[in-house]
Design a protein around this ligand. Structure first.
Ligand SMILES: [Zn+2]
Length: 204
């Protein structure tokens, strides 16, 4: 996070965050409780909340801002599941990890940047290809369509949404792709992963 390009990006992000201060969480906007996307417990007002943001969605080819904000608020982590760094940063995506407070009105305040990964950093894995390793009975397109109709709004998914499904099941995504982002596992391992993932359909 030290080169001048990155510090410039951080400056732009901070400016954007000043405007986003007081933003309502995506869950609250839909009139729902704010729930930790990792352990599914309700996050109470006044708790610290960690948010994962990306400038691009995994199935959205119409990338609006390749380098700079606006960012999509994609995931919320409670105090127990909080992270201090982006674990599976994906090349091609600008990703941010933020810490903030959740106030009584379920708005996010007092932002601080915990980690930032520019689109040139990380491993060039394809999140959809990663998702498909764990799901052999349905295509990603079909999955997104089903999810959209179940939730009655369009879901937003970033690389961490895909990678976290593996982490929830105690599988390190880095054991699935190599440093060039290529899926690098045996058929037996693939089967083992699919068995684990299909037991847990509560998460994506
Ligand atoms: Zn949690």
């Amino acid at each position: 996070m030290a080169d001048s390009e990155t510090s410039n990006s951080i400056r732009v992000i901070r400016k954007w965050l000043n405007r986003a201060e007081g933003a309502v969480t995506p869950q609250a906007r839909q009139g729902r409780e704010v729930v930790c996307d990792y352990c599914m417990r309700t996050i109470n007002p006044r708790e610290d909340i960690t948010s994962y943001l990306s400038n691009k969605l995994v199935y959205d080819d119409n990338e609006l801002s390749p380098d700079f904000p606006p960012f999509h608020f994609l995931k919320a982590y409670c105090e127990e599941c909080t992270r201090v760094e982006i674990l599976d940063d994906c090349q091609g995506y600008n990703e941010i990890l933020l810490i903030s407070k959740l106030n009584q009105k379920r708005c996010l305040t007092d932002f601080d940047i915990l980690d930032y990964s520019s689109s040139s950093e990380g491993i060039p894995y394809d999140p959809i290809e990663l998702w498909e390793v764990g799901h052999n009975t349905v295509t990603f397109d079909k999955f997104v369509k089903t999810l959209n109709s179940m939730q009655q709004h369009n879901v937003s998914l970033g690389p961490a949404d895909i990678a976290d499904e593996y982490r929830i099941n105690n599988i390190n995504p880095h054991s699935i792709f190599n440093e060039n982002g290529k899926i690098d596992i045996s058929n037996n391992r693939r089967k083992e992963i699919q068995d684990k993932i299909s037991k847990d359909n509560s998460q994506i």
